[in-house]
Design a protein around this ligand. Structure first.
Ligand SMILES: [Zn+2]
Length: 121
């Protein structure tokens, strides 16, 4: 297949497939963790091939360093440190730091809107 931008419908299929792969990875993790890692690998390949980001829902469910599927309470620890989400991968010891900004912004906006609503009433 040639390089370059893919049509939208193709990207949508890629996203759908990534979702399916991660859902399966989650289901199989307890009994077959090696399968989960393989699914992550496949999803990452799709993401590169179609130049599409891994769905946000799943982007924190694999290690950016060793590409292993992460299952909180089994092979990773999730902590909230200084308004940052720290995901510690027990497989390779890598810590992923994700800013909590987005969620915060969302909350602030919700608060503002509720105040506005009250004033309008
Ligand atoms: Zn790792």
């Amino acid at each position: 297949m040639s390089r370059g931008k893919r049509p939208k419908w193709m990207i949508n299929i890629a996203i759908e497939r990534m979702n399916i792969l991660f859902e399966r990875a989650e289901l199989e993790f307890i009994n077959h963790p090696e399968r989960s890692d393989r699914y992550v690998e496949l999803a990452k390949k799709l993401s590169t091939k179609y130049n599409t980001k891994i769905p946000e829902k799943w982007s924190r469910r694999y290690c950016k360093n060793c590409s292993k599927f992460l299952y909180p309470g089994h092979n990773c620890t999730v902590r909230l440190v200084n308004s940052e989400v720290n995901i510690f991968c027990s497989e390779c010891g890598h810590v992923m730091k994700l800013p909590y900004r987005k969620e915060k912004k969302h909350k602030r906006r919700a608060k503002y809107e509720s105040i506005k609503k009250r004033n309008d009433e």
